[in-house]
Ligand binder design. Sequence first.
Ligand SMILES: *Cc1c(COP(=O)(O)O)cnc(C)c1O
Length: 390
Amino acid sequence: MSVPIIEPAADAQGVRLLRPSWAELDYGAVAANLAVAREQVGRATKIYFVCKGDGFGFGAAKVARLAAQAGVDGFCVGSPEEGVTIRRAGIDRDILLFASTLPEDAAQVAALGLTVTIQSRESLHAFINAGVAVDAFLEIDPGFGRFGFLPSQWQAAFAALRDQSTVRLKGVYTHLSSPESEDVTRQQAGVFDAALADARAAGFDNLTTMLASSRVMLAHPHLAYQAVDPGRLLYGALDADWMARAPLRPMLRAVRGRIIHVQEHPAGATLGIGYAEPIRLERGVRIGVVPIGFWDGLNHVPPLGRVLVHGQPARILGRRSFQHTVIDITEIAAARTGSVVTLLGQDGDQSITIDEMAETLRLPVMELIPRLARSLPHVEVKTADPAGNN
Ligand SMILES: *Cc1c(COP(=O)(O)O)cnc(C)c1O
């Protein structure tokens, strides 16, 4: 299916794109993907939308508002500042702060009106001693080796929490290391179950229990506790093999720019395009320059792959500069100043997928998408195709 390329005049803030490079976002993807998640987990399970990393680079306040409208139950954030940002954007639901602060700042963090994470004995005592009433989730380490209480530690933590009234324990959560493995996942979920049994034994029988991030939801739907905490699934920002497991819709639809400069270089000219070793051209070459560089979240060093111009592939020449990419448009007669250049997405009947781009640039999809989304101006596109295939 071929869809004409829009040439946006302004970004989402209404600023004219005088530097013509942008990311095209389908904001409807949040509600669509949330509906897929809701279908899977049912009404009774709470969905906490992970909008860390400024909402994966898409804008935490923007995506949080969309998710709230679409009926999400709570939010997870990666920093206190992010929690405050979405609160100020009108989010009145529970906001769980992932571990991100120092024990010495516990009183200040507790005063923000967020639900805090207690991920160690040190953070437990810091929040208790801070003397500021706060809601909290306790984090269990199931074998991830990052944050969370170990089996030898959590009983004392539940006892300490029971014997005080500053910190209100509302939930327990964990994060698994290896959703692609049945065995590891089963074993790690078992660690979490043991922690929950000890919480109940300590008298906590009304806790929100949460374990499943995106890939756990997709690969192990039976591991449903009282809440799930997906991020990437709701942005449609997983690798192709995971995207294929559910009818998910990508939020990042395209990355494009327009050619701002065209130059013909005759055969015999000696050029060091993109800081490359200067070479003498055997044939004439026509180059185009797009104002999008490694500052925009892309790589400097080859391989940089290809772009599409007027529905045809064009090579990227040399290294990518800070703000520019040089492409070879010798074979594309229609290319001129103003032509749209597609780095990601559909152009005519050709397309460059996020997986192709990630493979070329040797970056995981989950790293590439936020890099692009946070760097480039956002332009909204609407899609009528629920699968997001246009
Ligand atoms: C990042 C994160 C998530 C969300 O992970 P996705 O793979 O994006 O779903 C959930 N829980 C924790 C603790 C995280 O750090």
